[in-house]
Design a protein around this ligand. Structure first.
Ligand SMILES: [Zn+2]
Length: 429
């Protein structure tokens, strides 16, 4: 509409309008953040003291002492470490703890969307300034509305990459299994049974505003002793068709894939990440290293489910799977598999998912490598490598302050006292 109005305005008055709009713009606010330390994620070290000069929504300068221009406000954050806002590459804003099996059946999409808005706010206040949301689980592309409302400044929340529903087979991993079939309970995913249908779903989701495509590639899982099995859902050729169509419009595919042969099919087809990834063959790990395809372990959800299981038996089963995964994680690190940090938050409380960073350290990754996986690889996976994940001139001013030194104690990520996104102070304790 605006375009057509602009087109019928005489050129001179359009220029005047632009000029008067520009005159109303105040010059960008200058802010100096000062703290005891600042984290250099890439180098894996902290500088003392730490300062960040912010101009409007962007970082202008970072170091031990930055310029203090006239008129700049200074925010002294005391004995804290300044660092980039946290990234979670596996979230579910449209899920909440409790009513695990039925929430997506019983709760309306409007209700779920309002709860997703609350979840986005909780994540942001916890220091997560960017997230990849891995499926609304039956709310279709309602995540697009949440993303856009955040971008328009109508809602507080992280900058988001969203995927609408996940994609699944008829009778597959998330196809409302376990209900009376005569009741026709709908799947939480969009169903595609072959390459042609996959391409159609990709097009439909991209039309609906999805930034990327999420596909269920494996499930249900079984662990007998140390033998892990899970059926694959799509062949390598079918996944390749989805990847090709997704790439055609500049996007990519992420898979839920827990084990072989599905993980191998996904990697050969050229997906961007393998989420969960409990079991990866030597060949799959080699390909992931070569193609820089990220594994996203999602330990936090397993820990939460083990702690909140309905029976002692179930707790034991999940703990067994977690121990198996922890062992495999060490093998994956040794093989040079690149990682990103994703928690699968939603079924456990939003705003608590910095726990995932702690668990990756607990299971053997160094804090410096965990921070690089979370922030630098995370930014690459979200296709924002040149604008978030590090404190650098020109990057978005997504900055948090944590007590202590995260390279010595990763747990401090769970206690941010200050959150800035786009140069705007969101939280200051
Ligand atoms: Zn998930």
């Amino acid at each position: 509409m605006l375009n057509s109005i602009m087109r019928i305005l005489p050129l001179a008055s359009a220029a005047l309008l632009t000029a008067s709009l520009a005159a109303q713009q105040p010059s960008p606010q200058l802010t100096v953040l000062h703290a005891a330390r600042v984290l250099d994620v890439a180098a894996g070290k902290v500088l003392t003291p730490g300062e960040v000069l912010v101009e409007g929504a962007r970082i202008h300068e970072v170091g031990t002492h930055v310029a203090h221009p006239a008129g700049a406000r200074t925010i002294d954050l005391g004995d804290t470490t300044l660092m980039p806002g946290l990234i979670d590459v596996h979230t579910h804003l449209f899920l909440h703890p409790g009513n695990e099996g039925l929430q997506t059946v019983e709760e309306s999409v409007p209700q779920r969307t309002l709860m997703a808005a609350a979840a986005a706010k909780a994540d942001l206040l916890a220091g997560f300034t960017a997230e990849r949301d891995m499926g609304t689980e039956g709310a279709k592309c309602a995540d697009v509305a949440v993303r856009d409302a955040i971008n328009h400044g109508d809602l507080p929340g992280p900058r988001l990459r969203v995927s609408c529903n996940a994609v699944d087979l008829l009778g597959g991993h998330e196809d409302a299994i376990g209900f009376n079939p005569e009741q026709r309970v709908l799947s939480n995913a969009d169903i595609a049974n072959n390459a042609v249908e996959l391409v159609a779903v990709v097009r439909e989701q991209r039309k609906g505003g999805a930034d990327f495509i999420k596909i269920y590639e494996t499930g249900r899982d079984r662990l007998d002793g140390d033998v892990f099995t899970t059926p694959y859902q799509y062949t390598e050729a079918q996944l390749a068709a989805a990847v090709t169509e997704t790439r055609r419009t500049g996007s990519r595919v992420a898979v839920h894939a827990t084990g072989e042969p599905g993980t191998g099919y996904a990697v050969a087809a050229g997906v961007a990440s393998v989420d969960h990834g409990y079991n990866l063959s030597a060949e799959t790990m080699k390909l992931m290293r070569e193609k820089q395809i990220y594994a996203v372990p999602t330990f936090a959800i397993s820990e939460y489910f083990a702690q909140h299981a309905e029976s002692a038996d179930r707790t034991q089963t999940i703990n067994g799977e977690l121990a198996y995964h922890a062992t495999q994680f060490k093998k994956q690190m040794a093989a040079g598999v690149p990682f990103a940090v994703g928690s699968d938050v939603g079924p456990f409380p939003h705003g608590t998912q910095a726990r995932e960073y702690e668990l990756m350290v607990q299971y053997g990754m160094s804090p410096a490598d965990t921070l690089r996986a979370g922030l630098i690889n995370g930014a690459k996976l979200l296709d924002w490598a040149d604008s978030i994940g590090q404190l650098k001139a020109g990057f978005f001013a997504d900055v948090i302050a944590v007590p202590g030194n995260p390279l010595e104690d990763i747990k401090v990520l769970t206690k941010p006292s200050f959150v800035m996104k786009n140069g705007e102070v969101i939280r200051r304790d």
